[in-house]
Structure formats: structure tokens, C-alpha cells
Design a binder for this molecule. Sequence first.
Ligand SMILES: *Cc1c(COP(=O)(O)O)cnc(C)c1O
Length: 365
Amino acid sequence: MTTTSAMLDFQIVPNASSMPEADRLKAFENLGFGTLFSDHMAVVRWHVDTGWHDAEVSARKPFQVDPAASVLHYAQEIFEGMKAYKAADGKITLFRPEENARRFNLSAERMAMPELPEEIFLKAVEELVKIDAKWVPEGEGSLYLRPFMFASEAFLGVRPSREYIFCVIASPVGPYFKGGSKPVTLWVSEHYTRAAPGGTGAAKCGGNYAASLLAQKEASSRGCDQVVFLDAAEHKWIEELGGMNVFFVMDDNTVVTPPLSGTILPGITRKSIIQLATDSGLTVVERPYSFEEWMADAKSGKMREAFACGTAAVVAAIGTVRHPEGEFVIGNAGTGMETEKLRNQLTGIQRGSVADPYNWVKTVA
Ligand SMILES: *Cc1c(COP(=O)(O)O)cnc(C)c1O
């Protein structure tokens, strides 16, 4: 059952009816998030008897899946989120892609899915970016890449599937939040939690998102942009948003972020921000931080800034936090200097306008 680490040959079949250039450029004028897709997709299949096989990059098209495919019933599915950027010199780059490849396998392991050799993951992403290079927008946009894997065996019994499809699709995107980098308002969920000890909180699986949607709906109905989840055991400690990690900037140059306890997704943006903040002289403290402390620190002014971060939205300042008993505002309502500095540094490295001493950026085309 173990997979070989031998590289597969990808069959490259260009799309014969790609979107005409004029239409693509027209669509680029008003980019949202995840609504427009590129011309191609990468697909690799796995079967328990043959391992990974049939790697190809070809025209983006629907899958044929059996109605009994186990993903449709038991949600055996994982994904990644990463971006390709067009640098000022015209080169197309990826940001720490090997981190996504590694995390993908941690998610696979948790969901009892086969390991995908990192070089196959990376090759699929790179071949797709190369063939769809013209789909990487210039300026502030980027090409969002969505690698994912799902259980495709037609079988209703409950056990890990014996067949999987790995796929990468690409979507040119503008800013994640409408209105650009305006501070977000968070809703603290009273009833719902995202992840429990021993559960799947640290895996990037669709099921976590499905379970977060009702809380997100509640947040929207309260006029909030996103949910901030508390821990499941005590309902006391700040964990993260539905798809972003959180940071708190204090008045003594410390930055607090919840620790990776197993119920939090280990964000690559989180990891990068910790490095950047530390190297700029801030003291990053990974420790449990309670909602009560948050309210108190925001009120006393000890907390100057708070922000959420992830690949899709990059760094989003938090302005207001709303909860069933009221609301409070963070520092200058989300216009913090450190947040801005970290965002500029990170996006600068990603786009090649700021030096990259960490070798985070990989040129693919
Ligand atoms: C993907 C994700 C993040 C952010 O991870 P990045 O690697 O920074 O994009 C944070 N929380 C959850 C729940 C996620 O799914």
C-alpha cells in the first residue's frame, strides 16, 4: 500500500478551446475570489493496487464520479491553498510551495488517505502554472491554486477508500475581502466550535469547513465578516478563524498567537509572520490566550493591534470584535503600524519587491 516516490511523467494536453485573450483580459478587470477559472487542470489518480498513476495536465472539465463515491457520503477530502504571483520582472513565482506539499501529506495521514510524494504535488502545481501562466494577473492580483484529493471509490461501507483523485485547479483572484484591506469585524461564536482535541482541526479538510458554515452564517447575520472560534473543551481560549490564524500585538513589543495544539491549522502565513516579526525585533509568544484576556487587553489599551492571516486574505487587520454580550474595538480600530509593516513585508517578498533572505520564493516560469 505504500506509494513509490518515483516521479511520474505528466502527460500535457493543451486545451484546444482556451478562453480568448480579449475575454480573459475583460474578466481580469473585475476579479473576485474563486469565481473565474483557468483553462487547465492537473489530475493524478491513485488506486490501492497500482499507487499513483495517469498524471496529466489537460483542459479543465467536470469529473465523472459515481453517486456512491465515498467522498459524497463520508467526506474523505483534503485540500491546500497557495498562490502564483507575477513579479515586477515578469517571472512567475510560488511562495514556499514545499510547505504546502508537506502539509498536504499531514492532512492525508489524518484522513487515512494515501501519501502523495511531494515531488508529484509540486510537479502538478508547477506544470499547471506553466501552461496557465497567462492566467496569473499582474498588479495586486494572483493566481490562487487549489490542490485537493478526494475518495472516488464507489462503496458505501465505512472504511478508507481504495481509490482517490488528486487534482489542482487555478483561479485568478483579486482581494479576498470586498473593499480591499479594510479592517474586519469578527463574531465570537457562543455555541459552535471548529475543532476538538483528537479531531481534525489541524488537517486541511473540507469537513472542517462544512462544520463552520452555520457559525459563519450567524456571523453574517450579526453584520460580521468572519467567526473567531474558541476551544471546544473549555470554550475559553482563542483558537482561530474559519480559515485564518490570529495574532495580537501588545504595547510592549510582544506578539501573541495561539499555539499549535492540534486543534489549530498550522498556517504557512502564520509560520512566515512569526519569522518576520521575530527578525524585526518583536517577541513572538505562542501561548494560550483567553477571550477574557482579549477583552481586558483591548479595553486597557495593552493590545494595540490584532490581525488574521492566511494565503487567501494575506494579512487582515481586525477592527471590531462582537459577541453575544456586546462588542469591543481593537486599538485604533484596525489601522495598526505593525500589522501594516508585516503585511507589506510579506507581500513584498511574495511579489519580489522586497529581498527574500529566507529563500521562500520559487520561480517556476
Ligand atoms: C488554510 C487555513 C489557514 C491558513 O493557512 P495558510 O497556510 O496560511 O494559508 C488557517 N486556518 C485554517 C482553518 C485553514 O484552513
